[in-house]
Design a protein around this ligand. Structure first.
Ligand code: HEM
Length: 379
């Protein structure tokens, strides 16, 4: 029985490859920000508990002050991939969103509460007050949001359970039946937080607003954390791949069996991104170990870990995109099978504004970089 709703008769306004490319770029940036939030926040909470250690307090305050800004990036970089995935996968994504409607809509409230708690956490820390409760509450809520997103992104791939869920409640009051892919999927993002959070500390160690002693502390702690959690992250990534159905793993190896509907062997390139991810995570673990055990605070190390973190997220998103497309294809939903009527004027205008927007962000960052420096310990 066909579970996917009828296709929208309005054609797509831009080529599918372009929408997918923009989706991958913007979602990778959303993931970088999400990982900084999930990891950086818990690290800041833990550091804040060592109240007699000046180095821990300076590091906790430095992270907390940045986290409210990171949150704006989490949200602003979330809207574009949400729009692109609704355009490309609307028939699956809208259905799953409606089926868990009450939980899905609760994300808005959870998000506002998390944001408010983040400001409480940061404000209390700057005032020298105990702040762990606000910080930990914000982290738990952010983890719940991540769990709801993983739940929805998994449910959209499971048309087989939609009818049963709709019969149980048309109000969206129930969560989906268990799926073996969800735990590793969610845990990959959660542990990725500590990995990227550790790399973030290594990056901060290269900033001139910290004293030499603070820099060594940040590099030592961040490097060791990233090296340890990098290994855990790698293990969970392999678990996440191992629980994928055979049809998905075959498809990502370029051996899809959909000859009747077309040649999809190009998904082997999406599969290769998985190997790219493995290599880059291994390289980041190595760099983190060097920074952590050697207490390397050089600027080049900061640049190395930033580039590795962004590339790792891009590889993850490309691979994940392949998993989604092949899973849907095996269930009768072909993302490439949509009518397209490209309006090149609109696409051109969009691209000009997109590049212009990136330019403005780059300019803002350069203004901040050139601004008068205040030492973090004195702030
Ligand atoms: C604290 C805030 C947030 C956290 C911790 C968070 C976390 C996550 C995580 C863990 C995923 C991956 C889910 C998976 O595939 O397993 C994800 C994906 C996603 N997030 Fe966020 N997110 C946050 C805020 C938002 C907001 C506000 C939006 C929308 C405006 C959003 C939109 C998305 C979308 C659309 C995806 C998946 C896109 C796709 O697969 O096509 N996120 N997020």
């Amino acid at each position: 029985m066909q579970s996917f709703p009828a296709v929208d008769p309005i054609p797509l306004p831009a080529p599918i490859w372009l929408l997918k490319l923009l989706h991958i770029v913007t979602l990778s940036l959303h993931f970088v920000a999400v990982e900084m939030l999930l990891g950086g926040l818990l690290l800041a909470v833990l550091l804040s508990l060592f109240r007699s250690s000046t180095l821990s307090q300076v590091s906790a305050r430095a992270l907390a002050r940045r986290l409210t800004v990171v949150m704006t990036f989490v949200i602003n970089l979330a809207v574009p991939p949400l729009l692109f995935s609704q355009v490309l996968y609307g028939r699956a994504l809208y259905t799953s969103s409606v089926l868990i409607g009450i939980y899905w809509i609760s994300v808005v409230g959870l998000l506002m509460l998390t944001y408010w708690l983040l400001y409480q956490f940061s404000g209390r820390l700057q005032a020298g007050k105990s702040a762990w409760f606000a910080g930990l509450s914000a982290w738990l809520l952010a983890g719940c949001i991540a769990r709801l997103l993983s739940t929805n992104m998994t449910l959209m791939l499971r048309p087989d359970v939609w009818r049963q869920m709709y019969s149980a409640s048309a109000m969206g009051a129930f969560l989906p039946p268990h799926d073996v892919t969800i735990e590793p999927r969610w845990l990959l993002m959660m542990t990725g937080g500590f990995f990227i959070g550790g790399l973030w500390l290594v990056y901060l160690a290269g900033r001139s607003t910290f004293t030499a002693e603070e820099k060594r502390f940040l590099a030592g702690l961040g490097g060791k954390l990233a090296a340890f959690f990098g290994v855990v992250y790698l293990g969970i990534g392999l678990w996440a791949v191992s629980v994928q159905p055979e049809v998905v793993r075959n498809g990502l190896a370029g051996n899809g069996v959909w000859a009747a509907t077309g040649d999809y062997s190009f998904y082997k390139y999406f599969g290769m991104a998985g190997y790219g991810w493995l290599v880059l995570v291994a390289a980041a673990i190595l760099a983190a170990a060097v920074a952590g055990f050697g207490k390397v605070t050089a600027k080049w190390m900061s640049m190395v870990v930033v580039h590795l973190a962004v590339l790792i997220e891009i590889m993850l998103v490309v691979y994940r995109d392949g998993v989604r497309d092949i899973t849907l294809l095996s269930r009768g939903y072909n993302v490439w099978d949509r009518a397209v009527a490209t309006n090149w004027w609109v696409v051109g205008l969009f691209l000009i504004l997109f590049v212009g927007g990136l330019g403005v962000i780059g300019w803002l960052i350069s203004v901040v970089a050139r601004s008068k420096k205040v030492m973090e310990g004195a702030a």
